[in-house]
Design a protein. Structure first.
Length: 485
């Protein structure tokens, strides 16, 4: 089922349910109130007549068939007939056998002693009136007159005679009209709710349909056209998210294209050299020359392995397992790995670690990898490198400085993007991997293009979340100031 139909059905069903519930409650409340009002009217009229006009109860109870012309009968009948201004009919009857004593009808129609069978369904209410003084019958419908009526019963004092008056329940017609008005109003409300549902569904579904076509377009690879903002705030947020998704896909596609091109370029050069070296080694007759050439082959193979490792590291998600630890240890391990290599290259390395532990939340292996990449990058830029580590405003700070030529303003804004480099060799992934690892540990990385303490070179600063709740303890001395050349 389409979204538009769902909206219409929900709105129409809700409108009908609310209208039906509200109408039913209103109808029953009004019906009970009007019925109570009719009961009060019956009680008042019958009670007033019984107390003010019918004081000769004993004379009434003594009436026998044939007493229709007696003064008592005629006097009481006249009093009952006066009630026609308020009630349709009035009867005085014996509660024990439901026989008539005096009625507002003609004596020929209902003589004394006539069994009033129409009161048989209300014998329980008549007995209730004898017991408690008054009672009313349920509503009943008169088929001949097409009208609702109700009886009120009031006991004549100290007798089993009951005065019964019948009053019309004319309010039932008003209630019927009210019910039909509620039905018509419910139908109108349902129609309006359907129109409102259609309008809202159209407002929502049309932008969604357009976004669906945009998603299909992106899925088919047509991503040149940006995603236009659609609809209300929620749909607008969805369209913005789809635009960010489109830009992310374009960026990843561009990175993949650059990666493939860079892989081809970085591997083709060593492969060309390997081809020449292996050919020369095959033709060399001198064992020493052959050994020298094969050593170069191993060097080129190692270079290829490093390139492949960089690409694999960048392409794999960097999943961190941070823990609270003293980051001086992975920093020192990284420097020990590069110490001999930097000494051979005549690069001065100064390592400044504080005497107190530098606690941080980070993955130790990631910290070690970050420091290795930064040291390699710095050693390619200059011949003097300074590595320091300390706590800074609640964060663990690692700084790597060099005395190289620095970084241009244009390049500094893109230095952490993949395949961006100013070096002749390398795939340009080292700093991109650094940013990946730091962000995986909820840290941040900054670059200062120049103005370091040892020259005009660059400085890279890494910040990891610090362990502020860790109480430092006195331990072995970690502070070292190494000058290697």
């Amino acid at each position: 089922m389409s979204l538009r139909r769902q909206f219409i059905l929900i709105f129409v069903a809700f409108s009908l349910a609310v209208s039906a519930l509200g109408g039913t409650v209103a109808y029953r409340t009004a019906s009970r109130a009007l019925e109570r009002e009719l009961d009060q009217k019956l009680y008042q009229v019958a009670g007033a007549v019984a107390e003010a006009s019918l004081q000769a109860e004993a004379e009434i109870l003594s009436l026998r068939p044939g007493d229709e012309g007696s003064p008592t009968f005629l006097r009481v009948q006249q009093q009952l007939q006066r009630l026609k201004r308020f009630m349709d009919e009035a009867y005085i009857l014996r509660a024990s056998d439901l026989t008539a004593l005096v009625t507002s009808l003609d004596a020929d129609e209902v003589p004394v002693g006539t069994v009033l069978r129409e009161f048989a369904p209300y014998s329980a209410e008549i007995q209730e009136a004898v017991r408690w003084g008054q009672a009313t019958s349920p509503l009943y419908y008169h088929e001949g007159e097409k009208r609702y009526y109700k009886y009120g019963f009031v006991r004549l004092e100290q007798t089993d005679a009951v005065l019964a008056v019948r009053g019309p329940a004319d309010y039932m017609k008003a209630l019927t009209d009210f019910r039909w008005a509620m039905i018509r109003g419910s139908l109108v409300a349902a129609a309006l709710a359907g129109l409102l549902g259609w309008f809202l569904a159209t407002t929502v579904s049309r932008p969604l349909e357009r976004l669906g076509r945009v998603a299909l377009r992106i899925q088919r690879g047509r991503m040149d056209e940006p995603v236009r903002e659609e609809g209300g705030s929620e749909v607008r947020r969805l369209s913005r998210a789809m635009e960010r998704m489109r830009q992310g896909i374009l960026q990843r596609d561009e990175q993949l294209r650059l990666m493939l091109a860079q892989v081809a370029h970085e591997i083709r050069n060593p492969l060309g050299g390997l081809e020449l070296l292996t050919a020369a080694a095959a033709q060399a007759e001198d064992p020493k020359e052959r050994f020298r050439l094969l050593g170069k082959v191993r060097g080129e193979i190692a270079s290829l392995n490093r390139i492949i490792d960089d690409f694999l590291s960048f392409s794999r998600p960097q999943r961190a397992e941070p823990k609270l630890h003293d980051i001086r240890q992975p920093v020192e391990e990284a420097t020990e790995l590069l110490e001999a290599q930097m000494r051979e290259q005549r690069i001065s390395l100064t390592v400044d670690l504080p005497p107190q532990p530098v606690m941080a939340w980070a993955d130790p292996e990631h910290v070690k990898r970050v420091v290795l990449n930064l040291l390699k990058n710095a050693s390619q830029a200059g011949d003097a490198v300074v590595l320091s580590c300390r706590l800074h405003h609640g964060e663990a700070l690692i700084s790597v400085k060099d005395n190289g030529p620095g970084i241009s303003a244009e390049l500094s804004s893109r230095i952490f993007e993949p395949f961006v480099t100013d070096k002749e060799k390398g795939a340009g992934l080292g700093l991109a991997i650094v940013r990946q690892l730091v962000q995986a540990n909820e840290g941040r990385v900054e670059v200062h293009p120049g103005g370091s303490a040892i020259g005009e070179g660059a400085e890279f600063r890494i910040y990891f979340p610090g362990g502020e709740d860790w109480a430092p303890k006195a331990g072995r001395e970690w502070s070292k100031a190494w000058r290697r050349s």
